[in-house]
Design a protein around this ligand. Structure first.
Ligand code: PMP
Length: 427
């Protein structure tokens, strides 16, 4: 029966199982599919939810009477900053509304730290002998490639359903002044869906750091992206850090990329008022102001913080069934066989699948042969190196529901085939 773990099967049974999976895989290859589970992109139906944006703004004056068509207002328009300040649990004066990409803001912050140093730095990071970052794994590949590009060394730290291993972080940060910062995706992390609890957040905000300018890049890209009716609230990192005497430690990011339009949303940065001033001071060397027209149409489109939450419920109706379908197929095909485990996220854009150690790259190769594109093995780890070669990130939002089913079936068959190959060879 399928409930007997592969590792408990006799060599004869394994050989037969291997032959079955090879046949199943060959049939999939012959079917000539072209499916893609690689990137966390909204589906067209989700983008359609924001269609009214295309006929906004109504007029061209912000609440303060500012003509949003013109230059100026580097920090963004007040009504949108206020709306997202409330949603992100910060004060309006602690928020900047910027362009369409929060990833750009992250790069700007890191480049500013590198060239100029931060509010609490003794010197620019580029003048330090060595600059390192803690990277909870598995994590977001673009965070890692950004650090690699800057020449910042990455130190992987484990994470679980409550976020990064705070004790491991605290031990490293206390000892080593070269550790200048860390990434945290606090709510529905990419790719695990983990939620940073208050205890972990408090520890990270308060832990003594050898580097005076230790910085937490708190990337709340999925703060409002709930997959269930239970809406997890992100820890209030700015307040926790301020209470602990480290007010300038966190820099928070968020955007409407996966709320309105991924290519034309509004991104936000939040931090202490000093951090905001520092960021704007550097930003102002290259910008006379953001796209306030886009900000105004977003403010009008949502109307209020509640409008954002209501809009996210429409997204949930579209994507929750796709997540449920991936989980159904994985459960049906892989449960009880002892070769895979996976996350069941309550929000965000990803499911993190762990296959038999040593087989992730093989699974991805087999899936490619069967026409299913998956993110390259190791993507969720610094330098692309998954030490156990077992993690695969699944992104089910973009394909049509029927394609999600088909693609997940392919992934399951490939996971079984790769496991059977390994176990049958006695490796
Ligand atoms: N952070 C995380 C964790 C993400 O998953 C993504 C999108 N994949 C981004 C940032 C990108 O955000 P933006 O579109 O605002 O640049």
């Amino acid at each position: 029966s399928t409930a007997v773990p592969l590792t408990a099967r006799s060599p004869e049974e394994l050989t037969a199982f291997l032959a079955e999976q090879q046949a199943a895989h060959q049939a999939l290859v012959a079917a000539g599919l072209t499916l893609d589970l690689t990137r966390g992109k909204p589906a067209a139906a989700q983008l359609d939810l924001a269609e009214r944006l295309l006929s906004l703004p109504d007029g061209f004056r912000s609440r303060d009477g500012v003509d949003v068509r013109n230059y100026g207002g580097l920090e963004g328009i007040a009504e949108l900053r206020e709306m997202f300040a409330e949603l992100l649990w910060v004060e309006p004066g602690q928020v900047v509304a910027g362009g369409s990409s929060s990833l750009v803001m992250m790069r700007e912050v890191l480049v500013d730290l590198w060239l100029k140093g931060g509010v609490t730095s003794e010197r620019p990071w580029s003048q330090e002998e060595r600059v390192r970052f803690l990277c909870p794994v598995p994590g977001y590949d673009r965070h890692f490639t950004l650090l690699e590009w800057l020449g910042i060394e990455m130190v992987p730290v484990p994470s679980d359903e409550f976020g990064p291993d705070a004790e491991a972080c605290a031990a490293l940060v206390a000892e080593d002044p070269s550790i200048k910062g860390m990434w945290v995706v606090p709510t529905y992390a990419n790719p695990t869906g983990s939620i940073v609890g208050d205890d972990v957040a408090r520890r990270l905000a308060s832990m003594p750091a050898a580097a005076p300018d230790f910085t937490i890049l708190w990337d709340n890209a999925y703060a409002f992206h709930h997959l269930t009716e239970e809406e997890a609230a992100s820890a209030d990192i700015l307040t926790l850090a301020a209470e602990a005497g480290n007010p300038h430690r966190p820099v928070m990011f968020a955007s409407t990329s996966k709320i309105t339009l991924a290519g034309a949303g509004v991104a936000f940065l939040a931090g202490s008022e000093e951090v905001v001033r520092w960021y704007l001071g550097h930003l102002g060397k290259g910008s006379i102001g953001p796209d306030k027209l886009n900000q105004l149409r977003h403010a009008q489109f949502f109307g209020s913080p509640a409008g954002v939450r209501e809009h996210m419920a429409r997204h949930r109706e579209i994507i929750a069934p796709k997540f449920a379908e991936v989980l159904r197929v994985l459960d049906e095909r892989l449960a009880g066989l002892g070769v895979a485990s996976w996350t069941e996220p309550a929000g965000g854009y990803f499911i993190s699948l762990d296959v038999l150690p040593g087989t992730a790259a093989r699974v991805i190769e087999l899936a490619k042969q069967a026409g299913v594109a998956l993110t390259p093995a190791g993507s969720a780890f610094p330098y692309g190196q998954d030490p156990e070669d077992r993690n695969i990130r699944l992104a089910p939002t973009f394909p049509e529901p029927a394609e999600v089913t088909r693609a997940t079936e392919v992934v399951a068959t490939c996971a079984l085939l790769a496991a059977a190959e390994t176990l049958a060879s006695g490796a």
